[in-house]
Design a protein around this ligand. Structure first.
Ligand code: COA
Length: 318
């Protein structure tokens, strides 16, 4: 069976919504079961959507979502109708073609870093992304609500290895921070400039009952950093009381971060990974805390993902 991949049009909205309904439980976070939400995505200039037509009808979809600076491009919102999965042509699947198409588009649009979230309820998204040139960067243990009727979903944030920003960073390997080396990731942290003042922001997802907190300590003396870091810590501990999962992203390139890192470890946070170039000025260390235990047997990891998880859990969680 052959297929055709093309950019989605407004009148694909009903078929796209149907693909999502057939692929996920209602816990899927972006409300794409709803045709109106799909329509507004299709009209959003920061979202580019594709469909796969197989056997004459739309059987799959995927998107690229840009951040507001169009610096980062996220490949996401992918699904293939359950009755049309696993089909191959010349050794390639519809999902692989969707990945290649979107990578090329994001690069052509000038994105500096391409990333995608792989789920672990099944190995296919990891396999597909891996074949498409993505490598694991962050192991997010139970970050999402139960998407497939098994348990809270653990995901792996994967980064396109040949993202322009990483190619640049590799050329400047000598600027690697200790943390990057500690995590043994194949790219280097760099810091060309830092803003003054500290930043603290929080995003909440009520469906997944999680809070994502970003902390940038600021380019200031250790003494001046104490008060903002204490504020950040109390907000984080407060979130830990309220949410099932809390993720903290901390800018990796300040010595102050060691204080927060230790305080978080003391409060049962674990290292999750390292995200290079996550903002214009910073690479981020990611830590996480989950209120419940998961059944690890239901978390499928490819050998590449397993190696990554072993490194992160072995290094940061002692
Ligand atoms: C993810 C999804 C789009 C993949 O599409 P698909 O047509 O089912 O998958 P593919 O045919 O590309 O298979 C992916 C790969 O996983 C491999 N695979 C399947 N089961 C496997 C297993 N148990 N262990 C290891 N590899 C496995 C397949 O062999 C294939 O690799 P290959 O190309 O080397 O043969 C589809 O399964 C889907 O819509 N799932 C529900 C929604 C979803 O999870 N979206 C992705 C969120 S990140």
């Amino acid at each position: 069976m052959t297929w055709n991949i093309r950019r989605a049009a407004l009148d694909d909205a009903a078929s796209i919504a149907a693909c999502f309904r057939r692929s996920y439980t209602p816990n899927y976070p972006y409300a794409l079961f709803n045709e109106d939400v799909v329509c507004s995505n299709l009209q959003n200039p920061d979202v580019a959507m594709w469909v796969v037509e197989t056997g004459g009808a739309v059987r799959g979809t995927a998107a690229v979502v840009f951040d507001k600076e169009r610096r980062k491009a996220e490949l996401g919102r992918a699904c293939i109708d359950p009755d049309y999965r696993g089909i191959k042509e010349n050794g390639r699947s519809q999902f692989q073609d969707l990945i290649t198409e979107r990578v090329q588009y994001a690069l052509d649009e000038g994105a500096a870093i391409l990333h995608s979230t792989a789920v672990t309820s099944h190995p296919k998204s990891q396999v597909g992304l891996q074949k498409g040139g993505f490598i694991p960067a962050c192991f997010e243990y139970g970050k999402y609500a139960d998407l497939y009727g098994t348990q809270r979903e653990t995901t792996i944030e994967m980064i396109y290895e040949d993202s322009p920003l990483l190619v640049y960073r590799r050329a400047h390997r000598e600027t690697a921070t200790k943390i990057t080396d500690l995590l043994s990731l194949p790219f280097a942290a760099g810091k060309d400039h830092q803003p003054d003042g500290s930043e603290l922001s929080q995003n909440v997802d009520l469906i997944s009952n999680h809070a994502l907190i970003t902390v940038v300590p600021g380019n200031q003396s250790m003494q001046d950093a104490v008060s903002p870091m204490t504020d950040a810590l109390s907000q984080i501990i407060d979130a830990q009381d309220k949410f099932d999962y809390v993720q903290v992203k901390t800018a990796a390139d300040y010595p102050h971060i060691a204080l927060l890192y230790d305080a978080l470890k003391f409060n049962n946070f674990r290292l999750a990974g390292f995200l290079p170039g996550w903002s214009e000025d910073h690479d981020f260390i990611v830590m996480q805390s989950l209120r419940t235990q998961l059944n690890r047997d239901k978390i499928y990891l490819t050998s590449q993902s397993r190696n990554f998880v072993d490194i992160v859990e072995g290094l940061g969680n002692i």
